[in-house]
Design a protein around this ligand. Sequence first.
Ligand code: FEO
Length: 416
Amino acid sequence: MVSVTPSILVTSVLNPNMRVFDVAMRTEYGTSYNSYVVIGSEKIALIEAAHADFLDVYFAHLDEALEGRTPDYLVLNHTEPDHTGTVAALLERYPELKIVISRSGALFLKSIVNRDDLDCLIVSDGEVLDLGERSLQFICAPLLHWPDTMFTYCPEERTVFTCDFLGSHYCEPDTFDVKITYPAAYLSSAKHYFDSIMSPFSPAVRCGLDKVRALDVDYVCVSHGPILTRGCELERQIARYSKWATETGAGAGAGAGATGGSSCVPLRVPVFFCSAYGNTAALAEHIATGIRAALAGATVELYDLIEYDLAELRALMNASDAFALGTPTVNRDALGVVWELLAGIEGINFAKRPVAVFGSYGWSGEGVPHVVERLASMKAAVFEQQLRVKFVPTAADLAAAEDFGRQFAATITAAP
Ligand code: FEO
């Protein structure tokens, strides 16, 4: 039986072959669904459950850890189904099991297991559960990455359970970071995990890091990937998260609506476009010139959507203070690559983002209004003017594009 300390046993399930997580995230190195058992002198607590697809393996590990004992509590730091898929079966097996959970977590869980009669012990920030010689302290950590998230701290074992926070979709046979065989792969996986799951919540990440740093811990027991130990990845992962949460996601730049003159961080206003015959590209260049003229010091760069990695462009779009987007019209719609870019909008931080839309067209020109509709549905502050030019822009059209850029720039500095 693998253990973190003599009182904390590991009941994790390994899934090394998984290549897509939650239908959205590529996972080149698989993952693990980590769970734990904390043994007190009076009570036993399970920490997290597992994905429903691995019920048999999870129960086998649990049986080995419990050696015939009955658990008293199930602590759920976060209720996403990769950690709660076995809860219904656990309750069938242990009808007296008390679920320990945050208030919002309890609401989610009732809808996940479809049981209104769930008997939950709802805990608040700072509350302590005594297991006898071992205790569990609950630390609210909302938006890491759901509203329900909390950490659970066992001071006697100098261990904190952080669920998804500080984790990685990375699977090796050994449970601990000290035995990682391919550190470069682990690092790449941890970064991809942060970008995909945590970066939209960068302010909450910074807050969560402060909460972990305030604890006296030798182990961070995450719910995916290797357990972090002091002297190995624990400090390094905290330092990485700190850096990444400052560089990317919400709050990384001057902020939407900030003025160039009031921040030492230059405004980032990328101009994205795709262009079959150079017409939308020409508009993009002149719009960028107009934005630059109006926003001295701003970073205004052109990005042809078919020349760059889409993931990088999505990250740039989400970290921008504002952006312009140009599309031609094909088959009465915007181009597929434009929709692919917009599919990467992090809706949680997108509201009020200033965006301008433009494009050249040949017949009817629906591409621009369709993109405007999509952006408005995501609550962007869509620039009221749309620049549409039939076929090849004239010198007057290009001058109008420059003016369009200047006027759009004015809305960025004026935004609340
Ligand atoms: Fe690993 Fe957000 O669940």
